[in-house]
Design a protein around this ligand. Structure first.
Ligand code: FA5
Length: 352
C-alpha cells in the first residue's frame, strides 16, 4: 500500500474514532473503543504493521500519521472520559442519596432479668442487717442435701423433693438448705454469730405449672448464736416483709413441718393488695404464704459440729420467683424462663 493511502487511512480512522468517541454513553464503552482502535488487533495497529514495507524516507511520514492519529484520538478520548466520569459520579450520588436528617437507629440495651433484680434487692436488705452472702454447689452430696438436714436415707420426707440423682450419693440440690450445714461446719464463733443468706438454683422433679417449675431459685437464711429464738425469726421476717411488700405489712406464722427445724413454721404476710379484706391474690384469706422457716433442729446443729446446748438458731427458705410474682403481679412462673423480651423489658426500671 502506498504511503499516501496509509496516511489517508490513518486520518480517516481518526475521524471515525472521534465520531464514535463522541457518541459513547459510558466509560465502559469508551474503553471498548480504545481497544477497537489501538489494541493488539486494533485498526491502527494494522496500519502500523505496514511500516516494515515502506522505504526509509516513507517510514517517518507514516510515523507522523500514526502520531497524528494518537493526538486526535487521545484529545477526544480524554475530554469525553472526563465528561462521562463526572456524569457517572453525579448519577451514583443521586442514586445513593443519604438523608442526614433521619434519626439514627437506636441500639436496644438489655435489662437485668427481673429475678436477678429481685435477688439483689433481697441480698441488699440482708446485707444491711449484717448478713453475709454465701454460695453453695448446685451439684450436691446426699450427705449435705439430706442427711445433715436430718433427712436420713429412707426418710419419707425425701419424697416431697423427689430428686435428680447423678449417682447414689450425688444429686442436683433440691433446696438451698445444704448451704446451712456447709457454713455451720466452717464457722468460727469466736469471730461473732453466724448470719448468712445463700441464693441459688435448686432442682426438683415437680410438674411444671403456673406456680411450679422443676428448676427455680431459693434464698436460704441462717442465723446461729447464743439465745436465738423464734421471736428473732419473726422480727426478721417482719422487717423483710415490710421492706419488700410495704410498711403496712404484718406477719403470721403457721405451724408446719421440716425435718431440719423444730418448731417449723410457714410465714404468711398480710395481703398487700386488699389489706386483709380478701381478694384474688390472697385467695380471699387476707394472707399470702411466702416462705418456710423455723428454729434450727438441735440435731442439725450437732451434725455440723455446733454445741446445741450453747447455741441455737433460726433458718428460712424462700422462692425468689414467688416473691417476684407477688410483687409484679406475674400470673405464670414460666414467663420468667421464656426469654420473651416483651415480658422482660417491662422490668427495666426495677421495682416501683
Ligand atoms: C424448702 O425448700 C425448705 N428448704 C425451706 C426451709 C429452709 C424451711 C429453712 C425451713 C428452714 P419448700 O419446699 O416449701 O421448703 O420451698 C420453699 C419455697 O420455694 C416455697 O415457699 C416456694 O416459694 C418455693 N418453691 C417450692 N417449690 C417450688 C417450685 N416447684 N417452683 C417454684 N418455686 C417453688
Amino acid at each position: 500500500m502506498s504511503i499516501e493511502a496509509l496516511q489517508n487511512q490513518a486520518a480517516q480512522l481518526a475521524k471515525e474514532a472521534v465520531t464514535q468517541i463522541e457518541s459513547a454513553d459510558s466509560t465502559k464503552e469508551l474503553q471498548q473503543i480504545r481497544v477497537q482502535y489501538t489494541g493488539k488487533k486494533g485498526e491502527l495497529t494494522a496500519i502500523s504493521k505496514e511500516m516494515r514495507n515502506l522505504s526509509n524516507e516513507e517510514k517517518p511520514l507514516l510515523g507522523q500519521a500514526i502520531s497524528g492519529f494518537h493526538e486526535t484520538f487521545n484529545n477526544a478520548f480524554g475530554e469525553k472520559e472526563t465528561r462521562l466520569k463526572e456524569a457517572e459520579l453525579a448519577a451514583q450520588l443521586a442514586a445513593e442519596t443519604i438523608d442526614v436528617t433521619l434519626p439514627g437507629r437506636i441500639q436496644a440495651t438489655g435489662t437485668r432479668h427481673i429475678l436477678t433484680q429481685t435477688r439483689e434487692e433481697i441480698e441488699d436488705f440482708f446485707l444491711g442487717l449484717g448478713y453475709q452472702v454465701v454460695d453453695g454447689p448446685e451439684v450436691e452430696l446426699d450427705l449435705y442435701n439430706f442427711e445433715k438436714m436430718n433427712l436420713p436415707k429412707n426418710h419419707p420426707a425425701r419424697d416431697m423433693q423427689d430428686t435428680f440423682y447423678i449417682d447414689d450419693e450425688v444429686m442436683l440440690r433440691t433446696h438451698t438448705s445444704p448451704v446451712q450445714a456447709r457454713t455451720m461446719e466452717q464457722h468460727d464463733f469466736t469471730k461473732g454469730p453466724l448470719k448468712m443468706i445463700s441464693p441459688g438454683k435448686v432442682f426438683r422433679r415437680d410438674d411444671d405449672d403456673a406456680t411450679h417449675s422443676h428448676q427455680f431459685q431459693q434464698i436460704e437464711g441462717l442465723v446461729v448464736d447464743e439465745h436465738v429464738t423464734l421471736a428473732d425469726l419473726k422480727g426478721t421476717l417482719l422487717l423483710f416483709a415490710q421492706a419488700m411488700f410495704g410498711e403496712q405489712r404484718e406477719i403470721r406464722l403457721r405451724p408446719s413441718y421440716f425435718p431440719f427445724t423444730e418448731p417449723s413454721v410457714e410465714a404468711d404476710i398480710s395481703c398487700f393488695k386488699c389489706e386483709g379484706a380478701g381478694c384474688n391474690i390472697c385467695k380471699q384469706t387476707g394472707w399470702i404464704e411466702i416462705l418456710g422457716s423455723g428454729v434450727v433442729h438441735p440435731d442439725v446443729l450437732e451434725m455440723s459440729g455446733i454445741d446445741s446446748k450453747k447455741y441455737s438458731g433460726f433458718a428460712f427458705g424462700l422462692g425468689i420467683e414467688r416473691v417476684a410474682m407477688l410483687r409484679h403481679n406475674v400470673d405464670d412462673i414460666r414467663h420468667f424462663y421464656q426469654n420473651d423480651s416483651r415480658f422482660l423489658t417491662q422490668f427495666k426500671g426495677g421495682h416501683k
